[in-house]
Design a protein around this ligand. Structure first.
Ligand SMILES: Nc1ncnc2c1ncn2[C@@H]1O[C@H](COP(=O)(O)OP(=O)(O)O)[C@@H](O)[C@H]1O
Ligand SMILES: [Mg+2]
Length: 264
């Protein structure tokens, strides 16, 4: 397995949000996570992305342990699990920096990383400049990839929701993540704009980008996923291929959840 999540737990005070999450994903696979509001989907993604620290469990990427709660909470290792960037994150509400252009939003993180590397390794200024121009070229290419080449100098407020979300996908790709995570990437968008974002995600899937997608778009999940996980009350209540999951009848919670989508 390329990504392995083992027995992840997380509580906020007395609320046990993740009660032991285990799953694996092969390189190039797409996993969708479905489940009703409050079932712990966002918390799971945030723990995987180190935006939140899990209380227990381990995460492996490519056979390397990138997170171990036991080590994390032993003081001397505190920094270790934080510094590795294996994951990209696309938020429900885009979270672009309003004061920066589309291009600057995409170059910002890699540029900061380049500056850190140059400082650490005492590289000459010319090398830093070379890295920056490479970063800019890559950002321009990525904006092209998401269909926004001509919007590079636009500010977020000058872009539609769908365009902002596409910039934020380019921004996440700029750091060449091993796994790209989406938290309800289209739920803040008008239905007619949803398609343009889903299309980009589908293209990434066709290029074998490894992805985890929390979504309420059932038809899309069925279409794009290699595997779907149904979360219920902080546990994985069901998992399988789209065909297996959507045709199952034994899991009553899943059945009720899925019926609620087709009733309306
Ligand atoms: N930072 C937080 N502090 C306290 N409770 C939280 C926090 N984040 C999430 N929760 C709680 O965890 C539960 C799961 O939330 P969440 O992971 O956002 O679920 P989902 O994304 O499936 O809707 C909810 O009961 C929510 O109120
Ligand atoms: Mg959520």
């Amino acid at each position: 397995m390329f990504l392995e999540v083992k027995h992840l737990t997380k509580s906020f005070g007395d609320t046990h949000v993740l009660k032991g999450i285990d799953f694996g994903l092969e390189k190039g696979q797409v996993l969708s996570i479905i489940g009703s509001s409050g079932s712990g989907k966002t918390t799971l993604l945030r723990c995987i992305n180190a935006l939140e620290t899990a209380d227990g469990g381990e995460i492996f990427v490519g056979g390397n342990k990138i997170f171990d709660a036991a080590e994390h909470f032993s003081a001397q290792n505190k920094k270790k699990s934080r510094n590795i960037v294996n994951f990209g994150f696309v938020f429900q509400s885009f979270n672009l920096f309003p004061q920066y252009t589309a291009l600057e939003n995409v170059t910002l993180a890699p540029a900061l990383k380049a500056r850190e590397i140059c400082k650490r390794d005492r590289l000459p200024k010319a090398e830093y400049k070379r890295m920056l121009s490479e970063i800019e070229q890559k950002a321009i290419d990525l904006l092209g990839k998401v269909g926004l080449a001509e919007k590079r100098d636009a500010y977020p407020c000058q872009l539609s929701g769908g365009q902002q979300q596409r910039v934020s996908i380019a921004r996440a790709l700029a750091l060449s993540p091993d796994v790209l995570c989406f938290d309800e990437p289209t739920s803040a968008l008008d239905p007619e704009i949803t398609g343009e974002v889903l299309k980009i995600i589908k293209e990434l899937a066709a290029e074998d980008m490894t992805m985890i997608i929390v979504t309420h778009e059932m038809a899309f999940a069925k279409d794009v996923s290699d595997k779907i996980i149904f979360m219920d009350g902080g546990v994985i209540s069901a998992e399988g291929t789209p065909d297996a999951l959507f045709s199952q009848t034994e899991n009553r919670r899943l059945h009720a959840f899925l019926s609620s989508f087709y009733r309306t």
